[in-house]
Design a protein around this ligand. Structure first.
Ligand SMILES: C[S@@+](CC[C@H](N)C(=O)[O-])C[C@H]1O[C@@H](n2cnc3c(N)ncnc32)[C@H](O)[C@@H]1O
Length: 436
């Protein structure tokens, strides 16, 4: 673990990513990323470049380097839950591995699909996560207590699939009537279990997987072909897509698809990782709440935060998740009103200032905050330069800005990931430390 800020700057500057071209072979993902220090080693990919920028009157190094691999799906299989604007598991892994020890508390106050939280749990840290969107804890908590496949199979066989109910909205453009009847039967079963106080970790797992299978582009999803996979288009757009493609929703086996995705999520989970997750689940907390008021997170209790806020108004998390909210019986419009998605940069900066003050409060002395902001408005809006002085105002030291530069892949491009003009895709991580 790194004790001195200067050392971390050296790491960022001299870090050599090795093996992106071949260090990680298919099937090795779990081994590579489930274990501490499991970064692939082979050859240098990109030389680092450092510039100096002024933050609150002090020179701060902004280091451009390739800090993790350009490969898609490099992380542990347990991460494979789609969510708009999630970061790759390698980002939190990079900082968790270098800046914390086993048993340390690792926070993400903008939880999303829980990339930081799951990675922290897999690496023996205590995860603390929250998000204002009530959907997020439903996506994350079950993966800290994953059931075993036979338990999932047995439970799926017990669900009264014939007891479908009225969906309340027209979803015929997404689902065959038989599929919809099964989806509503599952939704009803989960509601009744919850209301009867009988919901358990297997039910919560099945809910998580079903949420993830609601809409997508392959036969592995409940819906007819739809795009993009990590958000649901509106009913009208789906009707247009069906007409354009000459498609009708086919019947799907909901239970079979839940089981298949469960197998896939659990495929690289080893026994020692299960054991670590058990501890993480028992000692960590996953809650719904605002990032600037982390109820239940004690002062000075967090060793590291790795987080990524909403970038101004780029993503409409509530609208993107309307179908998932329907299934989980969450009021998407209510969520939308509460989330931080201001149009004006000043409002966004005000909201981030409040979050950074809260992060100062909960971070222990000597602890770290890695605050990731992407590129918005064609790279013209340097959010890292806005966030850095806000953190200093909140009482944190700005140690460095790490710009992860990655050759973008076709996959990243076609899903509309923001790429800069040189054909690269960057994460900008402002690294702070609490000294006092
Ligand atoms: C960029 S995403 C985080 C993605 C996450 N890093 C991951 O890998 O899944 C931002 C998240 O912030 C949440 N959010 C927006 N405003 C919030 C607020 N005021 N407090 C807490 N969470 C908020 C959104 O619901 C969204 O899940």
């Amino acid at each position: 673990m790194i004790a001195r800020a200067e050392t971390m700057v050296d790491v960022l500057r001299s870090f050599e990513l090795r093996g992106a071209a071949g260090g990680a072979r298919a099937g090795e993902q779990g081994e590579l990323w489930g274990e501490p220090g499991g970064f692939p080693v082979e050859k240098k990919v990109a030389p680092s470049r450092t510039e100096t920028i002024e933050v609150a009157g002090r020179p701060i190094p902004r280091i451009h380097n390739e800090l993790w691999t350009a490969r898609q799906r490099q992380g542990h299989s347990l991460h494979e839950i789609s969510y708009r604007a999630c970061f790759k598991a390698e980002l939190p892994a990079f900082f968790i591995e270098r800046l914390t020890a086993k048993g340390d508390r690792v926070l993400d106050p903008f939880l999303g699909r829980g990339t930081t939280t799951i990675e922290a749990g897999l690496r023996g840290r205590v995860p603390v996560g929250s998000d204002l969107n009530p959907l997020c804890p439903l996506l994350v908590e079950p993966r800290l207590a994953p059931p075993r496949l036979p338990e999932i199979e047995e439970r799926l066989a017990e669900i009264p699939w014939g007891k479908g109910e009225d969906a309340g909205i027209d979803l015929s453009m997404f689902y065959h009537p038989e599929t919809l009847a099964k989806i509503t039967a599952l939704r009803r079963y989960l509601r009744e279990r919850r209301e009867a106080g009988r919901e358990d970790s297997i039910d919560r797992w099945i809910r998580l997987v079903a949420i993830n299978r609601l809409s997508g582009h392959s036969r592995g999803f409940f819906s007819v072909y739809t795009m993009p996979p990590n958000q649901a288009v509106g009913p009208e757009k789906q009707r247009e897509l069906n007409a354009r493609r000459g498609q009708e929703p086919p019947a799907r086996d909901v239970a079979e698809l839940v089981l298949r995705k469960s197998k896939s999520l659990l495929r690289s989970l080893r026994e020692e990782q299960r054991a670590r997750l058990r501890v993480a689940h028992a000692r960590g907390t996953i809650t719904e709440g605002p990032a600037d008021r982390l109820a239940g997170v004690a002062e000075g209790s967090v060793a590291l935060t790795v987080t990524s806020p909403p970038f101004v108004d780029v993503v409409d998390y509530a609208r993107d998740n309307w179908l998932r909210c329907w299934f989980a019986e969450i009021d998407a419009e209510g969520v939308r009103e509460r989330l931080t998605t201001p149009r004006k940069l000043d409002d966004w900066a005000g909201a981030m200032g409040a979050v950074l003050r809260e992060l100062y409060r909960v971070t222990r002395i000597g602890g770290w905050v890695a605050f990731e902001v992407g590129e918005v408005r064609g790279g013209k809006l340097p959010l890292d330069e806005i966030v850095a002085p806000l953190g200093v105002e909140a009482g944190l030291d700005c140690v460095a800005i790490a710009v992860h530069t990655q050759e973008f892949t076709k996959t990243a491009n076609c899903w509309g990931v923001a790429n800069n003009s040189k054909g690269t895709n960057t994460n900008r991580v402002v690294l702070f430390r609490r000294r006092l």
